[in-house]
Design a protein around this ligand. Structure first.
Ligand SMILES: NC(=O)c1ccc[n+]([C@@H]2O[C@H](COP(=O)([O-])OP(=O)(O)OC[C@H]3O[C@@H](n4cnc5c(N)ncnc54)[C@H](OP(=O)(O)O)[C@@H]3O)[C@@H](O)[C@H]2O)c1
Length: 273
């Protein structure tokens, strides 16, 4: 990875997450990287060739070419992919970026049969819209410079936060899996409003705008979250009545329980892979 050479960044796997990351890098036109890809179904890679992404026949070809390799396959596919690379003698001298839920840096090294630098990241699907949130961590072999380069891959499609690796399972519940909780809440609000006869074609659009607006307030208002809640709840008003139901039914506790279940599952996957 010399200063005047573009870094060869290969993706193994051409699914949702790889496509989202590549789209982000192409959109921002980051000059740091030259992109390559290999996947089980080559046809999924072909459209990327027109954008200058090199499509390789095999994972080993892509990894041999690369300086940095993003493992964009499911946790259960890691064993096949990493043992193929190990058998091809690929490991030393490369940086690996793992995005699989629950798979530790140590597990990547073990399956690869080599002690290599591993960046472990947990992105989420809003990355497809360039609005991802990605937590990233690293093992001891990743230098500050290499870590900063790896962070750019995710910063091209949203925001990033740096964590110690032992918090990577817990963060899945907060950002990786959390879009699904919000989709459920959006769906419940939309369904109930329609049941109450609010049938404007732009209803869903406006609910989504409300979510975006609330998120902007949560992030940028000088008020903290408790104050923001209080400011919507006029005494004796409608919101106060609604919030009473949510507290009585224990919504914060339900969310905490769901998040704990999510983390437990990540720990289970970690023991499996
Ligand atoms: N989806 C999320 O919300 C999310 C969030 C954070 C992290 N992640 C992590 O991101 C990773 C990828 O998820 P995804 O949603 O992008 O999955 P996906 O859409 O299923 O993509 C996986 C890709 O890997 C390819 N593949 C499978 N076996 C392969 C092999 N032996 N060699 C090369 N390519 C192979 C698949 O090929 P085919 O096209 O032939 O199936 C597919 O293109 C997972 O580890 C997941 O835990 C996902």
């Amino acid at each position: 990875m010399s200063e005047n050479k573009k870094l060869h960044l290969a993706f193994i796997g051409a699914g949702n997450m790889a496509q989202a990351m590549i789209a982000g890098l192409l959109r921002t036109g980051d000059e740091t990287f030259t992109l390559g890809i290999s996947s089980r179904t080559r046809a999924k890679c072909e459209p990327l060739a027109a954008s200058g992404v090199t499509v390789f026949e095999t994972n080993a070809d892509a990894a041999r070419w690369a300086d940095m390799i993003v493992l964009a396959v499911k946790p259960q596919q890691y064993e096949t992919v990493l043992s193929d690379l190990r058998n091809a003698g690929i490991g030393a001298g490369k940086v690996f970026v793992s995005i699989a839920a629950g798979v530790s840096c140590a597990s990547v090294c073990r399956q690869l049969g080599a002690e290599v630098p591993v960046v472990r990241a947990m992105p989420n699907t809003p990355m497809l819209m360039g609005m991802g949130s990605t937590a990233i961590s690293r093992n001891a072999l990743v230098t500050d410079d290499v870590f900063a380069v790896a962070e750019r891959i995710f910063a091209a499609s949203g925001k990033t936060m740096v964590l110690e690796e032992d918090r990577m399972n817990a963060v899945i519940a907060a950002t990786g899996s959390a879009p699904a909780y919000l989709y459920l809440i959006i769906k419940a609000i939309n369904d109930e409003a329609r049941r109450e006869g609010v049938d404007a074609p732009a209803l869903l659009e406006n609910i989504c705008q409300m979510v975006r607006g609330a998120a902007e307030m949560a992030e940028h208002s000088p008020d903290n979250l408790d104050t923001l809640i209080k400011k919507v709840c006029s005494p004796g008003g409608t919101t106060e009545r609604a919030m009473n139901v949510l507290y009585e039914r224990g919504l914060p506790g339900i969310l905490a329980e769901a998040m704990q279940a999510c983390t437990d599952r990540a720990e289970e996957l970690g023991r499996q892979y």
